[in-house]
Design a protein around this ligand. Structure first.
Ligand code: S3P
Length: 479
C-alpha cells in the first residue's frame, strides 16, 4: 500500500476506525456482584485468546499475502495492535464478528508511522511492537495509558538495543519511548533475565529482520505462541531443552507466508467462569473451545490439586494449538502450595486463584510471584487488598502470597479498587458471586481490554444459560 493510502486508511472515520481507537475511560463504571439465587449452569464460549490475537495481527502484517483470522479477540488491547499494524502500512480489515483480514507487507516491509502509536493498556502490544520496530529502518514513538506508562520497558529496550536499534525512553525505561529501528539489524544471542514471553517474543520479532540465527534462552519455559505461529507462517524455529534452559533459535529473514489463523478461546478468560462454577453451590458450567497450550494451564493443574472437578472434553488440536471444552462442577476445595516453577504457566491467573483459595479450607501459598508486581497493576498488592477488603486474611511474604481460606463463602461486602486492571475487576466480581455480601468494583471499564461482555455472560450462566429480558437484573449489575 502506498504511504498516501496508509494515511487515508488511518483517517477513515468508519466503524472499524472507531473500534480501533476506543474512547479513553473518561468516567468510571462501577459494578457490583452478589450471590446468584441458584447455581450457575450452561455452556458458553469466551472471547479469543489475547496472546494469539496480538500475534496473528503482527505476523499477518509481516507475511506476504493475506492472512484470514477467525475468533480474534475484539478487546481494546488487541484493537490497539490492529490500529498499530495499520499505521505501519498493513491493510487490516474487519469482515465480521471475530473475522479479520490482514494484507501483510513482508518481513522488513513496514513503513514509518505518521503519528504516535498508542498501545492503550496493553503491555503485550507495546513490548512485541518494540521488537517489530527494532528491525525496521524507521522512527516511531509509542505511548499508552497511565497503567502502561508505569510499566517497565527496559526489559525489551536492553536486548533490542543490541540489534543496533536506538531507544530513548522516560526515566526508568517507561513510556512514552522513541525508537529508531536498525537499518541492518544484528541477530541476538540473549538469555532472558526474567521468565517473560513478551521479552522472548520481542527478541524473535526483531530476529525476523536480522540475517543469521537469533538465539534466545529462557530460564523457565514461557508461553510459546510466537514460536508456534512463526512455524505456522513458514519460519524455521528450533527449540531445545538444555541444562542452561530452553533454547529457541530462529533463522532470520524468512519469507513469512500468509496463513489462516483460528484463535481458540482464552484460557485466562475461561478461568473466571470456571472458578465461579467451582465456588457457587450446585453449579455446572462448560466452556467450549478453550486453548489448552500446556504452557498456559497451570491454573487448571492447581485447581485439580485443590480438589476441583474439572474435566477436558472433546480434546483436539487446531492450528498447532491444543483446544478442548472444559467442564467445571461445584466441589469443596482445599489449600495447596503452588511451586514457583509453575508461575509462568499461570502468570495471569493468580488473582482468580486467590479468590478460589479464599473459599478453600486451609492456607494456600503461591510462591515466586515477583512478576505480578509489574502487570497492569501491582497485582500482588491488588490481590491482597481485594481479599482484605472482603474479610479474607492474605499476606505477602517476600514474593509469596498466602491466602487464609475460610472453607466456604467469604464475608464480602467490600469495595475493590480496580487499579486499571481488568483481571482484578473480574476476580473481585467472581468473589462477589461466592460471598455472603455483595462485592463492588470501583471501575469495571477495563474488563473490555480482554473480556468484552463478561458481566452479561456471567449473568447468563446465573439464569441457567437463558438470555434475560430487558430490565431483569443478573447478579452482576451497576450498584
Ligand atoms: C503475554 C505474556 C505474559 C502475560 C501477558 C501476555 C504474552 O507476560 O502476563 O498477559 O502474550 O506474551 P510476561 O511474558 O511478561 O510474563
Amino acid at each position: 500500500m502506498s504511504r498516501d493510502a496508509t494515511d487515508a486508511a488511518a483517517e477513515r472515520p468508519d466503524e472499524e476506525r472507531r473500534r480501533a481507537a476506543p474512547p479513553l475511560h473518561a468516567r468510571p463504571r462501577p459494578l457490583r456482584a452478589r450471590a446468584p439465587a441458584g447455581p450457575l449452569a450452561g455452556r458458553l464460549r469466551v472471547p479469543g485468546d489475547k496472546s494469539i490475537s496480538h500475534r496473528a495481527l503482527m505476523f499477518g502484517a509481516l507475511a506476504v499475502g493475506t492472512t484470514e483470522i477467525e475468533g480474534l479477540l475484539e478487546g481494546e488491547d488487541v484493537l490497539r495492535t490492529a490500529a498499530a499494524m495499520r499505521a505501519l502500512g498493513a491493510e487490516v480489515e474487519r469482515l465480521g464478528e471475530g473475522r479479520w483480514r490482514v494484507a501483510g507487507r513482508g518481513v522488513g516491509g513496514l513503513v514509518e508511522p505518521g503519528d504516535v502509536l498508542d498501545m492503550g493498556n496493553s503491555g503485550t502490544a507495546a513490548r512485541l511492537l518494540c521488537g517489530l520496530l527494532a528491525g525496521h529502518p524507521l522512527f516511531a514513538v509509542m505511548t499508552g495509558d497511565a497503567s502502561l506508562r508505569r510499566r517497565p520497558m527496559r526489559r525489551v529496550i536492553e536486548p533490542l538495543s543490541m540489534t543496533g536499534a536506538r531507544f530513548a525512553a522516560r526515566a526508568g525505561g517507561r513510556l512514552p519511548l522513541a525508537v529508531e529501528g536498525a537499518a541492518d539489524p544484528l541477530p541476538l544471542d540473549y538469555r532472558l533475565p526474567v521468565a517473560s514471553a513478551q521479552v522472548k517474543s520481542a527478541c524473535l520479532l526483531a530476529g525476523l529482520c536480522a540475517p543469521g540465527v537469533t538465539r534466545v534462552v529462557e530460564p523457565e519455559p514461557t508461553r510459546d505462541h510466537s514460536e508456534n505461529m512463526l512455524r505456522h507462517f513458514g519460519a524455521a524455529v528450533r527449540v531445545e531443552d538444555t541444562p542452561e534452559g530452553r533454547v529457541i533459535e530462529l533463522a532470520g529473514q524468512p519469507e513469512l507466508a500468509a496463513a489462516a489463523v483460528r484463535v481458540p478461546g482464552d484460557p485466562s478468560s475461561a478461568a473466571f467462569a470456571l472458578v465461579a462454577a467451582l465456588l457457587v453451590p450446585g453449579s455446572r458450567v462448560v466452556v467450549e473451545n478453550v486453548g489448552l497450550n500446556p504452557l498456559r494451564t497451570g491454573l487448571f493443574t492447581t485447581l485439580r490439586e485443590m480438589g476441583a472437578a474439572l474435566r477436558v472434553e472433546n480434546a483436539r488440536v487446531e492450528g498447532g494449538e491444543p483446544v478442548g471444552d472444559l467442564a467445571a462442577e461445584h466441589a469443596p476445595l482445599h489449600a495447596v502450595e503452588v511451586p514457583p516453577g509453575r508461575a509462568p504457566s499461570m502468570i495471569d491467573e493468580f488473582p482468580i486463584l486467590a479468590v478460589a483459595a479464599a473459599c478453600a479450607s486451609g492456607v494456600t501459598r503461591m510462591r515466586g510471584l515477583a512478576e505480578l508486581r509489574v502487570k497492569e497493576s501491582d497485582r500482588l498488592a491488588a490481590t491482597a487488598a481485594l481479599l482484605a477488603a472482603n474479610g479474607v486474611r492474605a499476606e505477602i511474604e517476600g514474593d509469596d502470597l498466602l491466602v487464609h481460606g475460610l472453607g466456604g463463602p467469604p464475608p464480602g461486602g467490600g469495595t475493590v479498587a480496580t487499579r486499571m486492571d481488568h483481571r482484578i475487576a473480574m476476580s473481585a466480581l467472581v468473589l462477589g458471586l461466592a460471598a455472603r455480601a455483595p462485592v463492588t468494583v470501583d471501575d469495571a471499564a477495563f474488563i473490555d481490554t480482554s473480556f468484552p461482555g463478561f458481566a452479561a455472560l456471567m449473568n447468563r450462566l446465573a439464569a441457567g444459560g437463558e438470555r434475560r429480558g430487558p430490565g431483569e437484573d443478573g447478579p452482576i449489575a451497576p450498584p
